[in-house]
Each structure stands twice: as C-alpha cells, then as structure tokens.
Design a protein around this ligand. Sequence first.
Ligand SMILES: C=CCn1c(=O)c2[nH]c(Cc3ccc(NC(C)=O)cc3)nc2n(CCCC)c1=O
Ligand SMILES: [Mn+2]
Length: 611
Amino acid sequence: MTAATVPGIDDAPTTNARLLSWVREVAELTRPDRIVWCDGSDAEWDRVTSQLVEAGTFVKLDEAKKPNSFWAASDPNDVARVEERTFICSVDEADAGVTNNWMAPAEMKSIMTELYRGCMAGRTMYVIPFCMGPITAEKPMLGVEITDSEYVVASMKIMTRMGASVLPLFDGPAGDDFVPALHSVGAPLEPGQQDVPWPCNETKYIVHFPEERLIWSYGSGYGGNALLGKKCYSLRIASAMARDEGWLAEHMLILKLISPEDKTYYVAAAFPSACGKTNLAMLEPTIPGWKVETLGDDIAWMRFGEDGRLYAVNPEYGFFGVAPGTNWKTNPNAMRTIERGNSLFTNVALTDDGDIWWEGMENEPSHATSWKGKDWTPADGEAGEPSSHPNSRYCTPMSQCPVLAPEWDDPKGVPISAIFFGGRRKETIPLVTESRDWQHGTFMGATLSSEKTAAATGGLGQVRRDPMAMLPFIGYNVGDYFQHWINVGKGADADKLPKIFYVNWFRRGEDGRFLWPGFGENSRVLKWAIERLEGKAAAVETAIGYVPTAEAIDMQGLDTPIEDVEAALKVDVEEWKTEIPLIEEWFDKIGAKLPTSMRDELEALKLRLGV
Ligand SMILES: C=CCn1c(=O)c2[nH]c(Cc3ccc(NC(C)=O)cc3)nc2n(CCCC)c1=O
Ligand SMILES: [Mn+2]
C-alpha cells in the first residue's frame, strides 16, 4: 500500500501544494490505516472523544457538573515535558547554546525517520491545520500538526484556532509559511492488536529544526510534548523567528489592569511554571475599584506598533493550567471557566459522582479514582499518594473565562506598559524591584532564579536559573537571546518601552512563614508599579534597583503587619553579596556569547553593593 491508496489521502480540503506533498510524504513513511483531515467541528469533537471513551482513555464527566468534559489518565511515565529528550537541532551547535540539547540535524533526522517508519500502523493519521494568534492577523501564523493521537486532536481544538476556520488561510499567502509539526505517540498496532488507553513510547524525542521552522515529536502523548502549537511552535520556533524578524516570543501572561479612574494598562509577566502565573493572569484584585481582565496565561508575542510601543498578542486559544492548587480562593476565575464545561482534565482525580478533584480544591471527596486509575481516599493522600499528579492539567477554552478582556482576539494586540519577571525565592529577592532601565531590566530577566517545580521532571525545591522563565523554551543560543533583548531595547524609543519590574511573592521570614499574603493582594504591587509609570509613587534607589517603602504600597484593608511588608521589601546587601557568585557561575556557564552589557550590569551591581 503506498500513500496514494491510503483512505482519506484525497479528501484534502485545500490545494496547498506544500501541505499536500508533506502529508503524502509522511503517510508514505508512517503507514497509517487512514487519514482524517480535521475540521475542528463539534461533530469531530464528539467522534474523537467517543473514541477515547471507547478506548478507556477518557471518562465522560457528569453533564450537570461539567458539560461536554472528560477525565483522562496518562501513562505514569508520560506526565511532563521531557527536557532531557528535547532538542534544538540547529545547523551549528553553537546556535543551540549550552542550555539546549543538540544533535546534528541530519543525524537526528536519520534516527527519527527510522522511528517514524511504519509507526502509525493500525492508527489514524490526523491532519490538523491551525493558526497561532488571531486568524485576522496581517500575517496569520499557521501550522499543521500531523498526529496519530485523538487526545491531541481534542486538545488542539481547545488550545488553538484549528480546522475549517483556518483552512482558507492555507490557500492564501500565509499558507506557504505554515510550520510543519509531525507528532506520533510511537505505538504502531499489529492487525487485531488491542490498543492501550495511553499509547506512548519509552523512546521520546521532542525536536526542533529552527532554520527550517520544523518540529518533529515522537513517543510522548503529553501536553507540552504533543500539543505542538504551544511550547514547540509558539516559543521555541517562534523565538527564532522573532530574533530574525525583530520581535519577541515570550513565556508571558498578558493581563489588563483597570484603575478606579477607568484608566487601562496592559502588563506582561514571566514566571517559571508553578509560580502562580495563571493565578496572576486571572487575578481578583483586593483593592477597591481596581479590576483585572485576562488576555493570556502563558505565551505573549510582542511586536512594535506604529507608535513605537510593544503590542502583545496571545497566540493561544485555551488555558492548559496546572490543576493542583487551583481553587475558589487561589483562582476563582479559572474555576468559573472550567465549570462551563467543554474541558479536558488530565491526571486529576475522578469523583464517584462523575466530577473531577485535585489537591487544594474545596470539598475533598471521601473516595475517588486517582490519576493512576486506582481507589483513593484522603488517607492515601496523607500517606503521600496524591489523588492527582503534581503536573496534572485542565485544558479549557479561553472564551469561557468570565474576565476575558474584549480585546483578546484583536490582531493589533495590546500596548504593554510594564513587564514583570518573577521567580520563587524564599529569601534575598524583595517583593518588587523596578529596573533602572531596559538593559538593567534585561539583566534582571537574564538572572531570574526560581525553586524547581513539578512541571518538568527532575529535582524539586532547589534554585535554578531560568532566564525570562524561558530556559526550556529558547529556540537558540541563550547568549544570543539576551543580545536580542538588548537589541530590541536599543532599537526602540526608551520612553515607549515597557518598564521592567522584578517580583517575588514567596519570600519567607525567619520563622519560615510567607511574609506577603500574595494572591489578590498582589494587586497592590501592580498598583504601585502603575503609579511608578505615572510618576506618582515613591521608591528608594537601592543597589539592586528602585524598591518601594512599605508606605508606598497601598495597605488599605490589608491585615498583614507592616513589619512583614517591610521584611518582604528589604534589600539586604550582605544577602545580595552571596547572590553575586551564583550569578557569575551562571554567566560563566553561558560563556563567550554572553553579551558584554550583561557583564557590565553585573560589575555595576557589584560596585553598588560594595563587593
Ligand atoms: C496571583 C497569585 C500568585 N500567587 C501568590 O502570590 C502566592 N503566594 C503564595 C505563598 C502563600 C501561601 C499561603 C498564604 N496564606 C495563607 C493564609 O495560606 C500566603 C502566601 N503562594 C502563591 N501562589 C500559589 C503558588 C503555587 C502555584 C500564587 O499563585
Ligand atoms: Mn508555561
């Protein structure tokens, strides 16, 4: 059987020659039993979700509790991004840099071609045309994911604009530049062989060929590895595009802040995973009269507008959020979004009455089915067996978010007034620090540090450098990435650039208690930052940047003792002196491609600290 005879090969709803020949080539190699061109319709959703229920991958939730929603359990060995199996296969190794795994493109292609050979036997090859960002953009950012996973088809309908709505674009000028993204779970089926609920392969490769704008993924069915429009396209490939074309593809939320005087400000913020980034994106401010609306919780593409300001769009169409810790206190808007249904829940607990539950959510069930498909009770939780995996996810349509900003789909994007970098540090780093200028702000982002989280496999709790929270997502050399940020600043009108701030919600006192109440109270920090932009708020110039005194923070209604706020804001020169060698170690690791201006910023910091 050649590709030409695969059922579905001629159902192509497009005349895009490049796409047709790529689909034929892949079908030739992977040998699927049939080809389905995805149209993103509700009928298609019903087909693939029913098939997943059939296969035992999905359990349909109670219609009254979560309409049109499903619980899914992955293979316990396929639960997170696999950073050690993620590669940037640039032509030159130097372009991958020290923070990426690299292999020569030709070698990687020969290895993966053999893995792909016949890998879709017994399966359906789905062709998913999608668009990252508004389809009305001047230059729609198109991609096509080929996959043999129904789970991916269902998830991509939530996370991207996909199917019939984007197809016409493939027959227009943007159609020539679509990013091909090939995915297989790597589990061919022999005739008559019974499938498993979560097919995957012990051998996993998540590979990017940046110069070709090409993505090859094999062996994992899990979100970050398999939904290729997200981390693979919108960050790793897009960051290489952005470097070449003079824009920014960043791991940032986008939120809209509305003051009591009805003034609007847009903020982008980068935090490593599990730092509460989605909670900030959907914040319920505690200070009267202030409102937050959401534009995105994970990725921001920022381009200069005619007025010289940076305009951000969110390339995604849904939220793929960390479930544990999400509840009616920490993120009521996320809870309201998922309550509306049309969502997928992976590696969370299934309650006996057909709903989902996870650690931190209200109303702990006395019995449930754990993410491993086993009986679970709170006693198991106490015995260290959580009901849900720490990296379990909800996948839900953005359009259902009650505080979604009306301009969420505006192809122009929104003008960014402030950029926040932040990490999870129990000491040294103050609650909020304003940068001296763009270059100093770039240094803050470049030296961002955070305690490790569950989103990636590996140790929990220790501090790691995570520049701009992009460490796992930079599609090229990290030193060149910093240089690109510096170049963006140089090419712009200084007073049109967003002001850069650094925040840390997680500082603890001697007794180990959190000094700052966080969550909705973070609106007080956002307010201070906005007032700084307006020249209305006070700050003290310190060795590390401009830091508010506790008095400069709006404390009305806050029952946190002012001593705690002062401790949260303290710049302890001695502590910072211990930070310097850690930064030097990080800069030495980057080596020759580290921009001299970053070295200069470090030397200037040492001077200001009296090191
Ligand atoms: C917009 C909110 C950002 N944010 C925070 O600002 C934040 N702060 C903290 C630490 C903290 C935890 C509990 C309390 N207080 C009580 C009463 O439990 C205070 C601070 N945790 C936080 N979290 C949860 C992090 C894990 C995902 C968080 O998301
Ligand atoms: Mn993320």
